[in-house]
Design a protein around this ligand. Structure first.
Ligand code: SF4
Length: 306
């Protein structure tokens, strides 16, 4: 097997980590590299395990995404849409398994780390009512909203032969850089336009629009569709009825997105010691100035910000 190399690639999550904190970005993309085979107790292994931890809000979002992904994949295989109560029961079972594995910190023992929560790693006091609220409002609430939504009604009416993707990780090349993307759901309308959907369990943010523009750039490469043929929709599952907010994916929006990506890639490479080899040293990636902003970071122990 060819040796794995830490090649420079870009994704929206990498961009967000870079904006949040340069040091956390370095830990996640450089300091933890190779941690999957590093010995237990080594600094590299620690960073590798920590970078995989999620906050409870990220965890809730991933449970919802996975439930919808599995639901749609099964439907695409001809198995039909599972009833909501069955989806909730399966998701609850998955959530319980992940939560108790995380509470026992099993993610330190597995060779491929199991699910882990930042709250358990750092023994953050989270009342039982808060865990229940996360389940009721975010996970169950989102799945109920999805089942009652016009978006799902529409999906039910689109023949699976016109479904393009269900949350599959893929990439394309932008100005020489590999860009990772996983479109939550895409299908072809009867008039030939392509609808790209992104599930959101949080509140509306400006960066959500960038996500749709990235999807549209990918659609152009993957399915050869121009901006005028693309319809982008953000589906806010946390709101009653899971409303869909349509997002312009016209030429101006795509140019703006390209500019964001270009600047982001340039900023990341600028800090490297050797951009061609994708090598960077920790000292060039500063910590946040205000330690108060570190209180939810998974790297706060190795970073000395406990
Ligand atoms: S603890 Fe703070 S400074 Fe350190 S990586 Fe995390 S956010 Fe950045």
């Amino acid at each position: 097997m060819a040796e794995l190399t830490n090649d420079f690639t870009w994704s929206k999550s990498r961009h967000e980590k870079f904006k949040e904190c340069r040091r956390a970005y370095w830990y996640a993309y450089y300091g933890s590299w190779g941690g999957w085979e590093a010995p237990s107790g080594s600094p590299v292994r620690e960073l590798y395990v920590l970078k995989k931890l999620s906050s409870r809000w990220q965890w809730a979002g991933s449970l919802v995404h996975e439930a919808i992904r599995q639901l749609l994949l099964r439907a695409r295989r001809g198995g039909g849409l599972r009833p909501l109560e069955e989806v909730l029961a399966r998701t609850r079972e998955r959530a319980r398994g992940q939560w108790s594995g995380s509470r026992d910190k099993s993610y330190w023992r597995e060779s491929a780390p199991a699910y882990g929560l930042v709250e358990h790693e750092y023994a953050e006091p989270v009342p039982d009512e808060e865990w229940k609220r996360i389940w009721d409002e975010v996970v169950e609430g989102s799945l109920r909203a999805f089942y009652g939504s016009e978006v799902l009604d529409r999906i039910r009416r689109v023949p699976v032969a016109r479904w393009l993707t269900v949350d599959e990780l893929d990439h394309w090349i932008f100005e020489g850089t590999k860009i990772w993307v996983a479109v939550d759901f895409a299908y072809v309308e009867s008039d030939g336009r392509v609808t790209l959907l992104d599930w959101k369990t949080g509140k509306e943010r400006g960066v959500d629009h960038t996500q749709l523009a990235i999807y549209a750039l990918y659609a152009r490469e993957k399915w050869n569709v121009g901006p005028e043929q693309v319809v982008g929709g953000l589906v806010y599952l946390g709101a009653a009825g899971a409303p869909r907010v349509d997002v312009a994916a016209g030429a101006d929006a795509l140019d703006a997105c390209r500019a964001v990506m270009r600047a982001s890639i340039g900023g990341m490479k600028e800090l490297l010691d050797d951009p061609a080899a994708n090598r960077g040293s920790i000292g060039r990636f500063p910590q946040l100035e205000d330690p108060a902003a570190c209180r939810r970071c998974p790297f706060r122990r190795p970073c000395g910000r406990l």
